[in-house]
Design a protein. Structure first.
Length: 358
């Protein structure tokens, strides 16, 4: 049903039915009266050595999904297979030996680094916790990591506040690499950086991936940067995955109306193209994840909404090889356009033709 790995590629991370609900307690007795469905029944695979981009507007569940993947949260339901081991329901104590395989680069380098520790202590902390290296061996490894991310060894005894944002993010990347992980979740690693520094950090991540064979989940709301770094792209809306496709196919011909709207907001560097660009403006606000709409989560804002969208939740299924979408526009029984849909009957006579026409 989901991603079919290439014959030469191994599936490193396999997620099925992942749910991450946060309970809502109200009243004097703090009764459990509901849940915030931050991630609601999400399934996907990440192949070894690839970068999967995860995009969507703020509050859609991207960061929660990434943190749940490496078990910074105890998940509500589902399975998470990392290198053949199901870590989804493991106790935290049992996860400890597996931590070196999966690491995370956080969004805000200022907040994710301990201000009371030096750079050497920050990078060396995972080595103290998970290895039996002697102090000279740790220092040698710390220097190797600083070299790998482009930090001067003379900075080893400085504190985080003495560095720029880009340098602090390099410290965070070095810390993530300390235990030779196979899978790294990059949670908007460039969002807090100046534009001039963003390209340096992304190029560093790509260089490290090529050199060390790393696998990334790259979470971002910067669609232009995701297009640059990702091999495949997944789109989330209100806790659910609405589209998953190879990068070029998704950017050239998005299938889901939400993906179309997101990509229409990306500015064109060419002034002549920018002047002719057609924006898709979504009306209304994003519904609350504590009370999502019936049927499709996107039905309250979708410009192509149909009656079935308000009643039946669309299945996340493979429409073309490697292309997954959750939208009733591509149901086999949906052959004719209805009010609110664009295009003629001839242009939408089959699901394949609908996909080709975006």
């Amino acid at each position: 049903m989901f991603d079919t790995p290439k014959p030469s590629a191994k599936t490193l991370v396999s997620v099925r039915g992942l749910k991450m609900y946060f309970p809502i307690h109200t009243g004097i007795l703090r009764r459990h009266t509901g849940d915030v469905k931050a991630v609601d029944d999400v399934s996907f695979d990440i192949l070894e050595g690839e970068t999967l981009g995860l995009v969507g507007e703020s509050g859609c569940g991207k960061s929660t999904c990434g943190r749940a993947l490496i078990r910074l949260y105890d998940i509500t339901d589902g399975s998470i297979m990392i290198d053949g081991v199901d870590v989804g329901q493991m106790e935290q104590d049992a996860l400890r030996p597996l931590r070196p395989k999966m690491q995370m680069v956080f969004q805000d380098p200022q907040a994710s680094l301990n201000p009371r520790l030096t750079v050497a202590e920050i990078i060396g902390e995972p080595l103290v916790e998970h290895t039996q290296l002697t102090k000279p061996e740790r220092l040698k490894r710390i220097y190797e990591l600083m070299d790998a991310v482009g930090l001067n060894r003379r900075f080893a005894n400085r504190y985080p506040h003495e560095f720029s944002g880009g340098q602090r993010q390099r410290i965070g990347i070095a810390r993530a690499l300390a235990l030779n992980p196979r899978f790294i979740v990059c949670d908007e690693p460039i969002a807090a950086l100046d534009v001039s520094i963003q390209a340096q950090v992304v190029n560093l991540l790509e260089e490290l991936q090529d050199r060390m064979g790393l696998t990334y989940l790259f979470i971002s709301h910067d669609l232009s940067m995701v297009r640059h770094i990702a091999d495949r792209v997944a789109v989330m809306y209100l806790g659910k995955m609405v589209e998953l496709a190879p990068r070029d196919a998704l950017y050239d011909a998005p299938l889901h109306p939400y993906t179309e709207a997101l990509l229409s907001a990306v500015p064109e560097p060419d002034p002549s193209l920018e002047s002719s660009r057609q924006r898709i403006i979504l009306k209304g606000d994003v519904p609350s994840p504590a009370n999502p709409p019936k049927g499709c989560n996107f039905c309250t804002r979708c410009p192509k909404v149909m009656p079935i969208c308000r009643e039946v939740e669309p299945a996340f299924r493979e429409l073309h090889p490697g292309r997954f979408v959750a939208c009733h526009l591509y149901d086999e029984t949906q052959q004719t356009p209805t009010a609110g849909r664009t295009g003629g009957v001839e242009a939408q006579s089959t699901p394949v033709q609908q996909g080709e026409n975006g």
